[in-house]
Design a protein around this ligand. Structure first.
Ligand code: KG4
Ligand code: ZN
Length: 333
């Protein structure tokens, strides 16, 4: 029961082979296009699509070689159907549907965020269902109740910018290269806590929704106020921004845990790599007898392993398995 997973929704090409019979990731390979897009300050969709085309076959060969498996052993092919860049998604979808047709195996279209929220199951100490998931990526910020594979209840989400988007836009304002999330959090380490206080949007809204566009505007206003902020001021802005966003994320995640009476919290998506977010979540969780689960760092950002895993779980549950041939991507799914 070998499942091939393919991720190509944005600027990472990821392929992986997952053994659904023994619940084991056999191999995964990734190519990040970040450097290619950096000169443009963001992802250039056309360049992304073309690069996915170049990378897919070599990465497939790599996972086959590393796992010492052959194409003939693949039982189904899971691929990211959306959301994401249409052209980039089409590369993965076309490749998956074509290969599946040739091999005579079915396909399993996967929602990219499902991959993210299941990614902690790839770690040696996986969480049991049900759990609360805080999904914080470049495109999404959501709190979900996850009861089982395919059984998700949306508890709250951002009304405007995603957390990662806010990190990236703030980083850009501070002159950091794209994608700025990690660089901004590095810079924040040199800033003084409390030197600059940014608003905590919707901190006390009483629900589980988020809003981050006002925070970005507050940063812009602060940068303009300084004129050309020096290194110390830039670090203080980064610190103030990170403290604000982390406080909101931690408070709402803990509220979701409390409201549902669950004691397992999964944190997934690129922003889940943020050290300050992890530190504060762990501290709060320890006080409340809550266990927080993070994906391994390499599975925090986009990768093929989480898509292969989601495919394997759906395959075993008999969910969304479809005959290969004829496909549609869902960029805004
Ligand atoms: O999940 P992901 O790889 O891609 C999407 O599906 O969007 O998330 C990428 C996002 C980017 O916005 C990036 O800046 C952010 O995750 N990110 C971070 C950190 N590492 C990545 N944000 C804050 N702190 C980090 N250490
Ligand atoms: Zn992602």
């Amino acid at each position: 029961m070998l499942i091939l997973g393919i991720e190509s929704s944005c600027d990472e090409t990821g392929l992986a082979l997952y053994d659904a019979a023994h619940d084991r990731l056999l191999a995964h390979a990734l190519h990040s296009q970040i450097r290619m897009h950096q000169d443009y300050g963001g992802v250039v969709p056309e360049l992304a699509s073309r690069d996915h085309i170049r990378r897919t076959v070599p990465l497939l060969r790599q996972v086959l070689r590393e796992s010492e498996r052959t194409l003939g052993e693949i039982a189904a092919i899971a691929y990211t159907q959306g959301p994401g860049l249409a052209g980039a998604l089409l590369v993965g979808a076309a490749f998956a549907e074509g290969l599946a047709t040739a091999l005579g195996v079915p396909v399993i279209p996967i929602h990219h965020l499902e991959g993210h929220l299941l990614s902690p199951l790839l770690s040696p100490r996986p969480p049991a269902f049900p759990f609360i998931a805080l999904l914080v990526s470049g495109g999404h910020t959501q709190l979900m109740r996850v009861a089982g594979i395919g059984d998700y209840t949306l508890l709250g989400e951002t009304l405007d910018d995603a957390a990662g988007e806010a990190f990236d836009k703030t980083a850009k304002l501070l002159g950091l290269p794209y994608p700025g999330g990690a660089a901004l959090s590095e810079l924040a380490q040199h800033g003084h806590p409390g030197a600059i206080n940014f608003p905590r949007p919707m901190l006390n809204s009483g629900d589980l929704n988020f809003s981050f566009s006002g925070l970005k505007t507050a940063v812009l206003t602060k940068v303009r106020e300084f004129g050309a902020p020096d290194d110390g001021q830039r670090a203080d802005i980064a610190r103030g921004f990170q403290d604000a966003i982390v406080e909101v994320l931690v408070k709402k995640a803990m509220r979701a845990v409390r409201n549902t009476g669950l004691n397992r919290l999964v944190v997934a998506g690129g922003v889940g790599a943020n050290r300050e977010l992890r530190r504060q979540l762990d501290a709060r969780a320890a006080r409340g007898a809550i266990t927080v689960y993070y994906p391994e760092l390499e599975f925090c950002t986009d990768n093929g392993a989480m898509i292969a895993l989601a495919g394997a779980l759906r395959f075993r549950a008999g969910l969304s398995i479809k005959a290969a041939g004829g496909f549609a991507v869902r960029p805004r799914w």
